[in-house]
Design a protein around this ligand. Structure first.
Ligand SMILES: Nc1ncnc2c1ncn2[C@@H]1O[C@H](COP(=O)(O)OP(=O)(O)OP(=O)(O)O)[C@@H](O)[C@H]1O
Length: 623
């Protein structure tokens, strides 16, 4: 029997491991099962090149819980270890790097706590025993045991069958790991797609002939896309997210150079932007679950996708801040972005109707991507589409520019994209625009305000104008003059009549000669101010908070050419004239949703009164 001291630089590493990984003790099981899987895969490789002889047998891994004995054991039928190997791997290797270990794990924000390996067993055990038989048949079976102090025992034992059994004597602080449900939960989380079948049993439980492994050893992302059907992809999605709706489509990732990455990304169906859940992508490393916090690994805008990424080339034992600078991670980011762009482009070109049908969900990813990622923007410029409110027709940017070339270019030669954020509320303005032959597109989602601001900076020669930002004559700023039929005196008189106080509003009045079929008063809200208020509304920081405090800005354009003023200016009853003027202004405010509370009540009362008066006068005329 060999007794000895484990060679460590730091006297006792275990309390330190415990301290650093306090919240993540459960990963010991992932580490031990990963080792068992590695040992099994190694054996298969050796057998395939003729180095391991004889029957391989059932290469399963068994996790057994004995709550009475307070043990948890993991048994594999892999390569096993000789006595020399146990000495080399379990005694020396893990401990020689104690200092390196400590410096690595000082940063608590480590991605996967990977590479902690066998010694993580001591986080939860008061003693660890190893019984192992190497695939070299002539080598004797060995026993190793250690209680977490640097002392260990190592000796030969009676011949066992090939493989390794690790017995953990669960310590006082870790009794939770003696609960079957806790263990099942951990297995479900980390081992769901491991490539070797894993079985869980409790001591005393009757052995079930039909027992099924807890894992799916052959998840579809490891297969070739050509072998898979639509149904396979949809079923796998359901396996991952049992409550999810059928995804719109998916991308099968598969590269082996210059880095190794496989996986499937799904585009989920989204109806409302507030439904978006980030952190739905799971990161795996050789089929071992690592994390579902993929920030820094996946481009920000693609965090809205669902699915799985499996890459052994993402460094997992480093801190997140380090990860951003990692060249592999940067390449992976670029690759995924490119793949997503290509896929969208492909669907757009091959099946535009289906692309348009999915735009309600897709639009969100695409716009988010265009805002945050210039490489993606380049691609997306070709398949980004906008929908005409009139006939629901979709336009790409180029198509829109072409369709509006003659009517919607302003005096600087910029293309003016007219949009609505609320087709019901802005109906009057939309109709006015459409009468001019303008194309008004929908920009109704939460992301659109930011999107518009961004694209005005990124797209050349494009200017967005909300359909109610100005009177229809001025929406496309062409600097054309409208002649007014009113005399200078009449204009001044009108200006005077409209200059009453509007509480809570900052109103500017202007008398202009518009076409006679334009309403008598049009209320508009200047684009810039309104955007700032919208941004403040969704919590934009900085100056937007200041704009939130400001009263609503409104421009009242009085159409001097409207026939109503001919009669109104001649009205001798001053009160009646005042009331009518006020009502015209209120109607305009009403169409902008700016008439509220007391003003709205006054408006109603005043109108009823006006109607009664005209009733009386007609009644009087009849009498
Ligand atoms: N179940 C096992 N069967 C055979 N060999 C094993 C087994 N478990 C551990 N070993 C040996 O012990 C070595 C050290 O294991 P440990 O888990 O500490 O590190 P590792 O697996 O090499 O790397 P990682 O840091 O990724 O876990 C392994 O490389 C392997 O050679």
């Amino acid at each position: 029997m060999q007794k000895g001291q484990i060679r460590v630089q730091t006297e006792n590493i275990f309390p330190i491991i415990k301290k650093f990984l306090y919240s993540d003790h459960e990963i010991f099981l992932r580490e031990l099962i990963s080792n068992a899987v590695d040992a099994t895969q190694k054996l298969k490789t050796l057998a395939s090149i003729g180095e391991a002889k004889g029957e391989l047998g059932d290469l399963r891994i068994d996790v057994e819980l004995d709550a009475k004995e307070k043990t948890l054991s993991i048994t594999d039928h892999g390569v096993g270890m000789t006595k020399e190997e146990v000495d080399k791997y379990l005694n020396q290797v893990a401990f020689s790097g104690a200092e390196e270990f400590l410096s690595k794990y000082k940063d608590a924000n480590i991605i996967g706590h990977f590479g902690l390996g066998f010694y993580s067993a001591f986080m939860v055990s008061s003693r660890v025993e190893v019984l192992t038989q190497s695939y070299h048949e002539e080598a004797p079976s060995v026993y190793w045991s250690c209680d977490g102090s640097p002392e260990f025992e190592l000796y030969e034992i009676e011949k066992r069958s090939r493989g390794t059994k690790i017995i953990l004597h669960i310590n006082e602080d870790s009794q939770e790991f003696l609960e079957a449900n806790r263990i099942k939960g951990i297995l479900e989380k980390f081992c769901r797609f491991l490539p070797v079948p894993i079985y869980f049993t409790e001591a005393g439980e009757k052995l079930d002939e039909e027992q099924k492994p807890i894992n799916n050893t052959n998840p579809i992302w490891t297969k070739k896309p050509s072998e898979l059907t639509t149904e396979d992809y949809q079923n796998f999605y359901r396996e991952l997210y049992p409550f999810g709706e059928t995804p719109l489509f998916w991308i099968h990732l598969n590269v082996d150079y210059p880095f190794n990455l496989t996986g499937i990304l799904y585009f989920p169906k989204i109806k409302q932007s507030y439904e978006i859940q980030k952190d739905k992508i799971q990161l795996y490393s050789n089929q071992v679950f690592v994390t579902d916090e993929v920030k820094d690994i996946v481009p920000e805008f693609l965090m809205l996708l669902h699915g799985i990424i499996d890459s052994p080339d993402i460094p997992l034992n480093v801190s997140r801040s380090y990860l951003q600078g990692d060249p592999n991670v940067r390449k992976i980011n670029t690759y995924i972005t490119k793949k997503v762009g290509d896929k969208l482009d492909e669907i757009f070109r091959n099946d535009r109707p289906s692309f348009e049908e999915k735009w309600e969900s897709l639009g969100l990813f695409v716009k988010y991507g265009m805002i945050t990622d210039d490489k993606f923007l380049e691609k997306a410029n070709k398949f980004f589409i906008m929908q005409d409110i009139k006939d629901n027709k979709f336009y790409t940017l180029e198509e829109y520019k072409m369709a509006t070339e003659t009517l919607q270019k302003n005096k600087e030669g910029k293309h003016v994209i007219l949009y609505t954020t609320d087709p019901v509320q802005q109906d009057a303005y939309i109709q006015a625009s459409q009468q001019r032959g303008y194309i008004v597109v929908k920009m109704e989602t939460l992301i659109d305000a930011a999107f518009i601001n961004n694209m005005e900076m990124k797209w050349e020669n494009v200017h967005f104008v909300r359909v109610d930002a100005d009177i229809v004559d001025n929406l496309i700023d062409k600097q054309e003059k409208n002649e007014s039929v009113l005399s200078k005196e009449e204009t001044e008189q009108l200006q005077q009549l409209f200059s009453f106080e509007l509480p809570q509003l900052h109103a500017t009045v202007e008398v202009k000669g518009l076409s006679p079929d334009t309403p008598p008063v049009v209320a508009t809200r200047p684009e810039f101010m309104r955007r700032m208020k919208d941004m403040a509304g969704i919590g934009g920081g900085g100056m937007t908070a200041f704009y939130a405090q400001m009263p609503d800005e409104v421009m009242l354009t009085v159409n001097g050419n409207h026939p109503i003023y001919q009669a109104l200016l001649k009205e001798s009853d001053a009160t009646k004239k005042e009331k009518q003027i006020r009502t015209l202004a209120d109607l305009a405010l009403l169409s902008q949703g700016l008439l509220k509370g007391n003003d709205l009540t006054n408006f109603i009362n005043r109108n009823v009164e006006l109607m009664q008066q005209s009733d009386k006068s007609t009644a009087g005329a009849e009498a």
